[in-house]
Design a protein around this ligand. Structure first.
Ligand SMILES: Cc1cc2nc3c(=O)[nH]c(=O)nc-3n(C[C@H](O)[C@H](O)[C@H](O)COP(=O)(O)OP(=O)(O)OC[C@H]3O[C@@H](n4cnc5c(N)ncnc54)[C@H](O)[C@@H]3O)c2cc1C
Length: 240
């Protein structure tokens, strides 16, 4: 049986028209530890059966942070979304279990990594980057490829800009599927970005994928079939 614990919402920050950062204090676990990339699961008051009530969220903060940060998108007509965005406020107590999951990097990097994500799928990568940053762990190149619809949906933009300026082994590309005319970066979907950059030279790279099945399934197909990347070198977190 999972051990359920209480988290208290300390802060809710709107960061895009559909996305907010929920910051949680964990009074039951002052020494809560997790590996960057893992998630927690809430038992929310949104259904009768337990599986109807459970929703998982990647931790976006670094393992060293005292307050846990989650980056959550409001899904239209989603039951957890409606509860989290309509009912939850500063001071609300939420019931959680975790951390869980095997979506994390080795402690010491020995090969380059490419992170591919869409939307709030960037959350575990932010935790990993913050962790590496704190540990001075960028011993190998890391390339984040982040897809979203419009410029307003670019999450953690100033953090990514700042990190790329400071850390020579970190680069990132943003890809907008509904870009305004003024956008000068990549347009379309993330797939075009990594296929154009890594086809023919992907054998020693670890590809980390995070997001919903439409993106993750397509990425696995392209990596394994078109780019001959070994399944061993693909690590994935599927949101649904
Ligand atoms: C390990 C794990 C980690 C996760 N981490 C995060 C996270 O950090 N941030 C986050 O926002 N969510 C995350 N999720 C997704 C989250 O658990 C919920 O599924 C999400 O909040 C939707 O729940 P809901 O009850 O609002 O919608 P539901 O009522 O459960 O679902 C509504 C429908 O919309 C679909 N759907 C939901 N979201 C999307 C989307 N963005 N694109 C396309 N289809 C979608 C669902 O598959 C479903 O068919 C994670 C999921 C898993 C399994």
């Amino acid at each position: 049986m999972p051990r359920w614990k209480s988290a208290i919402v300390q802060d809710i920050q709107v960061v895009s028209p559909t996305t907010s950062l929920f910051r949680l204090a964990l009074p039951d676990e002052p020494d809560f530890t997790f590996k960057a990339g893992q998630f927690i699961t809430f038992d929310l008051p949104i259904g009768e059966k337990r599986l109807d009530r459970w929703r998982s969220y990647s931790i976006a903060s670094a393992p060293s942070a005292k307050v846990l940060e989650l980056c959550i998108v409001r899904v239209e007509n989603g039951r957890a979304s409606e509860y989290l965005f309509e009912e939850v406020e500063v001071g609300t107590t939420l019931t959680y279990k975790g951390p869980d999951g095997a979506f994390y990097m080795p402690q010491q990097l020995t090969v380059p990594s490419v992170f591919i994500c869409t939307g709030t799928g960037v959350a575990p990568f932010i935790s990993m980057l913050k962790d590496l940053d704190e540990r001075k762990g960028f011993s190998q190149p890391i390339h984040l490829i982040f897809g979203t619809r419009t410029e307003a949906g670019i999450l953690y933009r100033s953090y990514l800009e700042d990190l790329a300026q400071r850390e020579p082994n970190f680069q990132y590309d943003i890809c907008l599927s509904r870009a305004a005319d003024s956008w000068t970066g990549h347009r379309g979907y993330v797939h075009e970005v990594y296929t154009s950059m890594y086809t023919g030279q992907a054998s020693d790279i670890h590809f980390y994928l995070c997001g919903w099945s439409n993106m993750v399934d397509e990425a696995i197909k392209r990596l394994t079939e078109d780019m001959q990347v070994s399944e061993r070198n693909i690590i994935q977190e599927l949101y649904g």
